[in-house]
Each structure stands twice: as structure tokens, then as C-alpha cells.
Design a protein. Structure first.
Length: 143
């Protein structure tokens, strides 16, 4: 199983879409708890429309997002706290259901996980992959 990750910090929607197309990504899984953004082009509906125009499907998986306490830890670069908070999030029934759905989709299609942070090491994307599909071959995209 292969999975891509991508963050939109500091990039435009067209740069992000171009990186996804170049990698052959078929489905973008938005794993933000709050799929809104002050950055133009990255709120859920606008992003989904831009992806659709490029031939890439979109799915929102809010239950796999980081709760407020985890987002605060990420902003403070407190990865240990982020990991602890996020581990609790992944125990919730909705998150367990979406992790199973993500695994099934990733077994069939080329998927990229989307969140804000450019560096996956400081984001919950890497924590999610370790928990949901530790055997996956991970490719981090940097538009």
C-alpha cells in the first residue's frame, strides 16, 4: 500500500493540485477537523471544486482531524503532546470508522492525506499513518 501526504502551508491551490496530479493521486482525503481556511482555495467546497476540475476526487474525514488541544500543541511544536491528544482522538468510534474507510480506499486507489502543515513530522498526518496503516509506503509531497 502506498499513501501520499501533503500540506498546503505556504502554497497556492494550483501548486497543490499540480503536485497531486504529478504524483498520480486519485483521491484527496482531507483530514482536517475544521476544513475551513483563511488561505484562498483551501476551504472544503472550493478545494473540492478545484480538485474535481483536475480530475481528483475529494473526501472529508473530519473525525481524523486534530481536536483543538492537539492543534494548539502543533502550533507550539509540542509533538509529544500532539501525539498524546491525537491518540485519544483515534480511539473515538467515528475515527475508528473513518480509519477503516481510509484503509479500504487506500487499498484501491492512490490517496493523499491533506492537512495544513508543510512538514509532516510536525503534523498529525504521520501519526495517523502509523496508527492506521503502519505498513504503508509513505511519500510526502512538497509543492
Amino acid at each position: 500500500m502506498q499513501i501520499f501526504t501533503i500540506g498546503y502551508e505556504g502554497v497556492s491551490q494550483s501548486d497543490l493540485v499540480g503536485a497531486l496530479q504529478n504524483a498520480g493521486v486519485e483521491l484527496l482525503a482531507d483530514i482536517r477537523a475544521v476544513p475551513l481556511s483563511r488561505r484562498p482555495g483551501f476551504s472544503k467546497n472550493v478545494l473540492a471544486a478545484g480538485l474535481r476540475e483536475a480530475g481528483i476526487d475529494y473526501i472529508g474525514m473530519k473525525a481524523l482531524g486534530t481536536p483543538p488541544e492537539g492543534r494548539e500543541a502543533a502550533r507550539k511544536h509540542d509533538h509529544d503532546r500532539l501525539a498524546k491528544v491525537y491518540a485519544g482522538q483515534l480511539e473515538l468510534p467515528e475515527a475508528l470508522q473513518q480509519m477503516a474507510q481510509l484503509r479500504a480506499l487506500a487499498a484501491e486507489r492512490l490517496i493523499a492525506l491533506l492537512c495544513f502543515e508543510r512538514d509532516p513530522a510536525g503534523c498529525h498526518r504521520s501519526l495517523l499513518i502509523r496508527a492506521a496503516m503502519p505498513e504503508a509506503d509513505v511519500i510526502d509531497l512538497f509543492p
